[in-house]
Design a protein. Structure first.
Length: 185
């Protein structure tokens, strides 16, 4: 009996010695999003733009305020509209205040101004780097009657490395919104 147990143990020891275990290669997260197809957004508000069919638009808390939802990314773009009533400077200061409130967490803030005189569309595009609550913001105005802001937020803790693919995807959509933005006459 002891002999059988010895041979069984010897067999298990020899059978378990085979190939050396190799460490698994580290995996990289690969996020792929569909190529956007754009559709026109129109409403009773004094502006129109094109937005991605990968997103959906919902009404916001006030008239002419909207949420562009990206449910698969847990992201939202908040769009707000304000009529200008001799308070243009107050609106631009408020938009910039929303951007620069993130300086505590932002490692950098890149600002790009844009101007489409033929469409009377002017504004600034802000990209915030680091662990900020909002990664991208912009405002659009005609500088006389209308002022629109847009802010990108994710429903998760700000982790720049893991959010980077989604931020890049939505950044392209936000730039497309600016490029196709028009005021109604």
């Amino acid at each position: 009996m002891l002999k059988n147990i010895f041979f069984a143990c010897l067999f298990l020891i020899l059978a378990s010695c085979g190939k050396k275990p190799l460490p698994k290669p580290s995996g990289e997260l690969r996020l792929e999003y569909p190529a956007p197809k754009y559709q026109n957004f129109t409403s009773d508000c004094p502006f129109t733009f094109d937005y991605s069919n990968f997103s959906e638009i919902q009404d916001g808390k006030k008239k002419c305020w909207y949420y562009i939802n990206y449910p698969k990314m847990k992201a939202k773009i908040f769009i707000t509209y304000f009529p200008i009533q001799n308070d243009f400077n107050a609106h631009t200061k408020e938009a910039e205040k929303l951007v620069y409130e993130h300086t505590i967490k932002a490692s950098s803030i890149d600002t790009q101004s844009f101007s489409y005189p033929a469409k009377k569309v002017y504004g600034n595009f802000y990209q915030l780097q680091g662990e900020t609550a909002s990664n991208i913001q912009f405002y659009v105005t005609d500088s006389t009657k209308h002022f629109v802001t847009a802010n990108l937020y994710f429903n998760t803790r700000p982790k720049p490395d893991s959010l980077a693919p989604a931020v890049d995807y939505i950044k392209k959509d936000m730039l497309h919104i600016i490029d196709t933005f028009k005021w109604k006459q």
